[in-house]
Design a protein around this ligand. Structure first.
Ligand SMILES: [Zn+2]
Ligand SMILES: [Zn+2]
Length: 273
């Protein structure tokens, strides 16, 4: 397997989100064990605007946990030097809340922010508890609606990276029409917004059994000149860097020669050797 010393895993959760396990030290230890150069903690920041009693504590940390989360990441940055640790969040995009969100996020110097869409209206479509609702949708219309939200998220200027870009496929619901025209629009939008796409190996562990995004979507991103980065979406320490050989193979296959990295929201690139 390729050396991971130049590479990053930019999507790693912590137990604060209510559905991940292990200590943060164990995630870092795993990164060190596999020779990964850089890892970013990017825990779920979800329905940040709702009062505590209206939130599902299994979906993300609460706004009041932010300070403690940041302190824990900083402590790990200082405690060891084998792995560079970045400070990030995976932030749910919900239209209409951009200003409130920008204010909440302004409190810290993040290395990067992942933008994600897990909700269509109030439906958590990637949550296995609500999977029956796929039956109410024409799947192609669902993808149109989802990508409208993902494009609005990219254009919001709040995020550096769009994560698991074709998430509605998680349970195996793939587009039935040729998705290429839609993918072209999405890729052009990410390019205009100067936002990266993330190759995320979590899809391999889900019913769909495929990397996010689909090869055709990543290909469209590459053709449009959208930079790519790399992640596992780890919710357990042993998932850090998991299946990166497959992610790297796909990146190379579509023509990428480097992956993006961030510090203080400034982008640099590491070569895929
Ligand atoms: Zn999660
Ligand atoms: Zn996510």
């Amino acid at each position: 397997m390729t050396s991971l010393a130049n590479l990053v895993d930019y999507h790693v959760h912590t137990a604060r989100c209510g559905h991940a396990s292990g200590t943060m030290e164990e995630y870092v230890a795993r990164a060190r064990e596999i020779g990964l150069g850089e890892m970013g903690f990017s825990d779920h920041f979800y329905v940040y605007w709702l009062p505590e009693d209206q939130r599902d504590p299994e979906l993300g940390m609460a706004a009041h946990q932010l300070g403690e989360y940041v302190a824990a990441v900083r402590q790990l940055q200082e405690a060891q030097s084998a792995v560079r640790i970045r400070l990030a969040l995976e932030v749910d995009y919900v239209p209409g809340w951009e200003d409130r969100l920008a204010n909440l996020l302004a409190c810290e110097r993040w290395d990067y922010l992942l933008g994600s869409v897990h909700f269509i209206d109030a439906w958590g479509f990637d949550d296995s508890r609500y999977v029956a609702r796929y039956q109410e949708w024409d799947i192609d219309q669902l993808y149109e609606r989802y990508f409208e939200l993902a494009m609005a998220a990219a254009e919001s200027g709040l995020f550096d990276i769009m994560t698991h870009l074709d998430l509605p496929k998680k349970f195996g619901h793939r587009p039935t029409r040729d998705p290429r025209p839609l993918y072209e629009r999405v890729a052009a939008c990410l390019k205009r917004a100067d936002v990266c796409v993330e190759v995320n190996t979590a899809g391999l562990r889900k019913p769909v059994g495929e990397l996010y995004p689909a090869p055709l979507l990543l290909q469209a991103c590459h053709r449009a000149g959208v930079p790519a980065t790399l992640s596992s979406d780890a919710h357990r320490p042993e998932e850090v860097g998991q299946d990166f050989d497959r992610a790297l193979a796909l990146l190379r296959e579509v023509g990428y020669t480097e992956v993006a990295a961030f510090e203080g929201r400034r982008r640099t690139f590491g070569r895929l050797s």
